[in-house]
Structure formats: structure tokens, C-alpha cells
Design a binder for this molecule. Structure first.
Ligand code: PLP
Ligand code: ZN
Length: 465
């Protein structure tokens, strides 16, 4: 007997479905689904501290996993179905350098480094949960549309679990090389759609329906259950104290949605006494949530957001033939599938949305790297967002802020080398074309002749820092 089920987020529908149905959308009204629980019939910890018991059981894969050691908070599946590859061995690191860069007092800025996951991004948190659900449903083959990291993660999990190769849809020319190389190496059937992510997303949903593929995109509510664990690990690293702010880049808005659900549940279950504020950061070239939430005033409104505002906005995008465009390819998305859930998260966490330029993103990224943690462009949007919010006075200098570094530096080497390198043509092609004017914190490679004396002279000249 399961005490988990699926429930439509639309309060006027509220249809419910069995936990083991592979649905990915409400059959009655088409809206998004939540995973819901009958908490009062489930065993729950009395305090978050009880999770510390798993630290001494690291030989149990469920306790080793940074997702499943919190399985009492995502109890939709029994352990026999769980697919785990050691995801979630991540790290929350205080960074003085980045704190100074964004204008926070010493000791106030923390970076939650999700690049340490097996596939190098936070997506593994969700993938372990959704593939466990796929097994529960008896699904045979998975598919996803991806800006890169979802396909890398799905391909890795399927390869590791001995599943048939997944089918991944990517926009052509839109995927960073680190991510594409993973999908190919792990054996995914990789379809490069002649279009962008929003096109790939539309196509994969139809193909999945035709071919009965298990859809691993973040409109899959089980993925979001796994991603709640990022918040649990932040809490764990802060010894169960709640930070003032969580700051996260916003693409398809799965992560921000999952965070909102995590905090609402923790509060409802009495496991925390307050929730942090949430800041979702869009890239300026893909700023749908910013435009709708901050400019047009779209709100969750008890589950009845004014969808005419959304339709109107999308009509304008189409009329202007406007496509998402940012170096932060992981958030290069104009039609975020989890928009409604993100509105709910903003409501729960008294949230704000900001947009940052590719210039701000790359400069913040270089600061993160110089501080000793490498991330990909999309991740650095969170740091650039904090800098803005501190300048605006929305985030106070003495508040405790956690930025989610969503993906590893090596995901997108082209962006990094174009920034630091000396090849002006490459800079123009990769960055200049996106409005980036200068590599403010470039660490230039030095070209020297193959000659010891010249080499020694160069070292003397340049090694002054
Ligand atoms: C997927 C991804 C994002 C965007 O997350 P959403 O849940 O789609 O908003 C941000 N950064 C990285 C590195 C990603 O892979
Ligand atoms: Zn419904």
C-alpha cells in the first residue's frame, strides 16, 4: 500500500492518480502534476537531526546517496526500485572571495556545488528519482529534451543501470561540448533537432506519447522530488539552520519549483520554523519569468494565475520571432514548463526574480573560479544575481545567502576559453555576438618561444600576482 499519489496542481481540477502511472501531465485538464503524500500515515523524523544517523551507514547505497538518505521526505518508492549511482555527494562551501565580489559581509556567502554529481550537474538529483519511478511503472525506455545536462544525466544513469539507451532530443548547435560528449559517450541515441530547446521539448512530448517512452524532463514531477534533496543537503551542511536566501538560476524552473515544494513540506511538517527567501535568476536573453513576474505582475494567486498574461507574452515572442539567446545555454529557454510551480515557489518563499546579462554572468563565473570552485555559465547567474540584489538593497549585507552552482566548469570549455583566451576572433564569435564587451577578469595564457631564457624572462615578467 502506497501513501503517495499524483495530484493536479490546478485547484479547480485537483484530479488524483496512482503513483505508478507514467503521466507527466493531468489527463483531465493538462496541467502539471505534483507528487503528494499522506504524511500522517508515513513514518517521519521528529527533527532533521535524525537524518544524521545515515552518516554512519555509508556502506548502504541508500544512505550514501545524497538524495535517498532523505527518503523519508520523498517516500514514493520502496528501496527495491531505487536506481542510485552515488548522486548528491556535494559540498556547501563558504567563499570569502565571492562574498566580497557580490558585496556581502565576510562569512555570509555559501556556494552549493552541484558540479560534484556523477554527471557533473544537479540534474542527477532528479534523475535518480525519476528512473526509480520509471522502474516502479515498469517502463522500458526513457527519453528527454535537453539543453545538455538532462541528457548527460539520463544517459549516464541508463548506462550505469544497464537500461536500454535513452533517446535524447537536443537543439542543433545549442548544446555545450562537455554535455554533448557525455550523451554520446554514455550511448544515448542523440537526436539533434533543427531548432532550439523549446522546439525539442514540444517534439519529445509527442514522440513519447507515440512510442510510450518514459519522459525524463522536469515536467516529470518525480524528478522534482529528487531535487528537493538539494535543499536538505544545504540544511544539513548548515547544521539544520535555515539560510536567509536561496539563489538559483531559472531555466525550465524545475529546480526552483522543487525548492519551493521542499520548503513548504518542511514547514508544514514542523521540521523547520521558517523558510528562506528565494531569488530566481534569468539570463537577460531568456527572461520569461522575470518579464511575467516582475514586470507584468503575474502571481500564483492560490493556484489560479492569470494565464492570459502568459499567453499574451508568448504571442508577443512569436510575433517578434524572438528566440532565447544566452551564453548560459542551460537556461536558454523561453517557455519554461514549470512556470506555474515556480510561481508557487515564489509565493511560498516570498521570492524575487532578476535578470542578468551574459557579461555579468561570465564575470561572476570567473570570480567563482578564482575562488576555487568551477562552474558553467548558467550556474554563475546565481552569483551575478546576488550582486544585483545586494546593490539594490534587497539582500542585506549581513544576510546568509546560498547560491546553487548547478553545473561543473568543464561542461562548457568553449565559453571559458573564449573568455580567458587571446583569440579575438573566438571572443567575438562566442561572446561578442552575445553582447559581452570585455573579459573583465581574464587570466590570459602567455605565448613564449621554446627557449629557456625567454621562458624565465616571461615568468619573471608575468608571475607578479
Ligand atoms: C538545467 C540547468 C539549469 C536550469 O534549471 P531548471 O530547473 O531548468 O530551471 C541551470 N543550470 C544548469 C547547469 C542546468 O543544467
Ligand atoms: Zn487537472
Amino acid at each position: 500500500m502506497s501513501h503517495a499519489y499524483q495530484r493536479c496542481i490546478n485547484p479547480d481540477c485537483a484530479a488524483t492518480y496512482d503513483v505508478a502511472e507514467p503521466l507527466f501531465g493531468c489527463s483531465a485538464c493538462g496541467d502539471l502534476l505534483d507528487v503528494a503524500y499522506e504524511w500522517d500515515r508515513l513514518p517521519l523524523p521528529r527533527s532533521l537531526r535524525e537524518f544524521e544517523a545515515s552518516w554512519s551507514e555509508r556502506d548502504n547505497p541508500l544512505c550514501f546517496s545524497g538524495v535517498w538518505r532523505f527518503r523519508a521526505l520523498l517516500p514514493f518508492v520502496t528501496s527495491e526500485y531505487v536506481v542510485t549511482i552515488g548522486e548528491g555527494q556535494t559540498l556547501l562551501r563558504q567563499s570569502e572571495r565571492v562574498a566580497a565580489y557580490v558585496g556581502l559581509s565576510p562569512g555570509r556567502l555559501f556556494l552549493q556545488y552541484e558540479g560534484l554529481n556523477p554527471s557533473g550537474s544537479f540534474k542527477d538529483n532528479g534523475m535518480t528519482a525519476c528512473l526509480s519511478h520509471a522502474r516502479l511503472c515498469g517502463a522500458k525506455r526513457a527519453a528527454c529534451a535537453s539543453t545538455g545536462n538532462t541528457s548527460a544525466s539520463l544517459a549516464l544513469f541508463c548506462a550505469a543501470a544497464g537500461w536500454p539507451s535513452p533517446i535524447v532530443f537536443v537543439g542543433s548547435g545549442k548544446i555545450a561540448y562537455g554535455k554533448l560528449s557525455q550523451a554520446l559517450e554514455y550511448g544515448a541515441l542523440t537526436l539533434q533537432i533543427m531548432g532550439d530547446f523549446d522546439d525539442a521539448m514540444r517534439q519529445v512530448q509527442q514522440a513519447a506519447r507515440h512510442l510510450k517512452l518514459y519522459l525524463a524532463n522536469s515536467l516529470n514531477p518525480f524528478r522534482l522530488e529528487g531535487q528537493k534533496a538539494i535543499m536538505y543537503r544545504v540544511l544539513e551542511s548548515l547544521r539544520w539552520t535555515v539560510p536567509d536566501w536561496i539563489v538559483v538560476p531559472g531555466g525550465n524552473l524545475g529546480n526552483s519549483s522543487a525548492f519551493g515544494k521542499a520548503w513548504q513540506e518542511l514547514r508544514d511538517l514542523g521540521l523547520v520554523d521558517r523558510v528562506p527567501r528565494l531569488a530566481i535568476i534569468n539570463a537577460a536573453g531568456a527572461d520569461t519569468l522575470y518579464q511575467l513576474y516582475e514586470v507584468r505582475g503575474l502571481r500564483w494567486n492560490g493556484g489560479r494565475p492569470d494565464m492570459r498574461l502568459v499567453e499574451e507574452f508568448y504571442r508577443q515572442l512569436d510575433a517578434q520571432n524572438k528566440r532565447a539567446n544566452t551564453i548560459a545555454s542551460a537556461i536558454e529557454i523561453n517557455r519554461p514548463v514549470n512556470l506555474k510551480k515556480a510561481l508557487r515557489a515564489l509565493e511560498i518563499c516570498d521570492g524575487v526574480v532578476r535578470r542578468v546579462t551574459d557579461q555579468e554572468i561570465l564575470d561572476a563565473k570567473a570570480q567563482v573560479g578564482a575562488g576555487g570552485l568551477g562552474c558553467e555559465p548558467a550556474s554563475a547567474a546565481s552569483v551575478a544575481g546576488v550582486k544585483r540584489l545586494v546593490e539594490e538593497g534587497v539582500i542585506g549585507r549581513d544576510e546568509t545567502v546560498v547560491c546553487i552552482l548547478t553545473g561543473h566548469l568543464l561542461k562548457d570549455p568553449v565559453a571559458t576559453v573564449a573568455y580567458h583566451g587571446t583569440d579575438q576572433k573566438q571572443f567575438e564569435a562566442v561572446l561578442g555576438s552575445r553582447g559581452v564587451k570585455r573579459a573583465t577578469f581574464a587570466n590570459r595564457p602567455v605565448v613564449v618561444p621554446n627557449d629557456l631564457e625567454e621562458i624565465l624572462r616571461a615568468i619573471q615578467l608575468y608571475a607578479t600576482r
